[in-house]
Design a protein around this ligand. Structure first.
Ligand code: MLT
Length: 258
């Protein structure tokens, strides 16, 4: 199965592979494609079932999503890449490290966490799956758009709310069901953190109501080499909400790798 993707920048530059949050698509990285193209080879993918990618026909799992990303790297002839994951994309970055750390040149974790779901969080996902089966994706958009963006974005950039509302409403119900099941079953990655031997940049919106910066603080206690940068005026989608600050932080990080 081929993943739909966007590519910008020079073929000879360090590859940067951008993995989107739930329930979005590679469209969330449009600002990184323009701003980072002079620094890196920038590739953003639609995870299986999301955006323009076909669905996976196997049991839903973060491992299955990660297999698809590894196949993508193989198809593009990319031996090593800096993996940039936002939220669910971060869960895949952890799995990629466990599965193929030789392919990971660096890691940027945006608005994510290493803990597995609590039983309560898992139940919320099971209920959400039933909700999508009964009512489709409309209620998912209504429930999630207010939470995904920070208050500042809602007030100053209302166009962002309609942008992500459209992305979510265009998402196939089976992709949402698949990803919710995959995230509910995902392993705890706290122990993985101490094995991550590449420098890690963590970016957290200071208005992130889903994964506040305290999750980054927890990860920093386990990661051997990390920087935690809090992005002002951003919520859970900091790369889309405050692209200038995020892009600047990623540029400084990439320069530190070379
Ligand atoms: C995301 O933005 O990818 C989600 O908040 C992840 C999750 O539901 O755990």
């Amino acid at each position: 199965m081929n993943l739909s993707y966007t590519e910008s920048g020079s073929l000879s530059a360090l590859p940067l592979v951008l993995i989107h949050a739930f329930p979005l698509s590679r469209q969330m990285w449009k600002h990184q494609h323009t701003a980072l193209a002079d620094t890196a080879r920038v590739l953003s993918v639609d995870l299986p079932g999301f955006g323009e990618s076909d669905s996976l026909s196997v049991h839903p799992s973060i491992q299955g999503f990660t297999d698809a990303v590894v196949r993508f790297l193989d198809e593009k002839g990319i031996d090593r890449a800096v993996i940039v994951g936002c939220s669910m994309g971060g869960y895949i970055a952890f799995e990629l490290w466990r599965r193929a750390q030789e392919r990971v040149a660096g890691m940027v974790l945006c608005d994510t966490k290493a803990e597995a779901d609590t039983p309560e969080a898992r139940q919320v996902r099971m209920d959400a799956i039933e909700g999508v089966k009964s009512n489709g994706v409309g209620p998912v958009a209504e429930a999630m758009v207010p939470k995904l963006l920070g208050q500042s974005s809602h007030e100053r950039h209302p166009e962002l709310a309609s942008e992500i509302d459209t992305i979510i409403r265009d998402t196939k119900p089976e992709a949402i069901i698949h990803a919710q099941q995959a995230m509910a079953d995902r392993p705890n990655s706290i122990e993985t953190l101490s094995s991550i031997s590449v420098p890690v940049l963590m970016l957290f919106g200071d208005e992130d109501a889903i994964t506040p910066p305290s999750f980054g603080q927890t990860m920093s206690e386990h990661l051997p080499q990390c920087t935690l940068t809090v992005i002002p005026f951003a919520g859970h989608l900091s790369p889309l909400e405050q692209p200038d600050s995020v892009n600047e932080a990623i540029k400084v990080y990439l320069a530190s790798l070379s």
